[in-house]
Design a binder for this molecule. Sequence first.
Ligand code: 13P
Length: 251
Amino acid sequence: MRKLLAANWKMHLYADTAQALAQQLRHHWQEKGWQNLPTVIFPPLLYLREIANILKHSSIQVGAQNAYPGEFGAFTGEVSVAQVSASGGAWLIVGHSERRQYFAEKAPLLQRKLLDAQHRGLKVIYCIGETLEERRCGETLNVLRQQILEVLQGVSVAWNQLAIAYEPVWAIGTGINATPDQAQEAHAFIRQLLTELGAPASHIPILYGGSLKPENAHELFRQPDIDGGLVGGASLQANSFAAIAAALWDK
Ligand code: 13P
């Protein structure tokens, strides 16, 4: 199954509201019978363990929005991939535009994170996407190609532990989503690139992210190469995240 739905809670919620939201989602998924809808939640790292415990015997997995490659080390303030895994995390987000933009993360580090996470048994959502300026200059597909190649080419990627998220930077948190045509064009291009890299591209989930909400989820998910979503703002309310899940379930 290629479908995947992911909630990126970013730096939101306190422990009590995070727990309550996880509990609501767990009940809702059970009630609706969405056991076969692969779903993963990325809470703030501080709450990872308790959210993982709440979701333990459910169909919803948890992951880390960020982690440092390796096990232990003198890296003040960092949390390692091994620690995430030991705390119940099964997924890692790598390359989110906010990490690239605000924390200056570049391809060599992203590649180390991705490979180390896969090596330790985690699955990875690798995020790519163009800025508004790059789109206006007609550079979108070139940017996507570069972001894919500089991290995934020439190394041994575990393709069965990988999803890609296409998140146009101009669509993140702005309320302006890519049109279904714009997104489909990018997704088809990414799938073609993955094929050229020797990946079993038809099995790799390619998610759309950027102002995804109940109002636009159906038409985006209707596109043949949009396999799911990486949801920010709309994942902070059980109702809106569940409505997006329902749209994907219907796909
Ligand atoms: P929004 O859904 O808030 O636009 O965020 C998207 C995103 O960055 C998910 O990783």
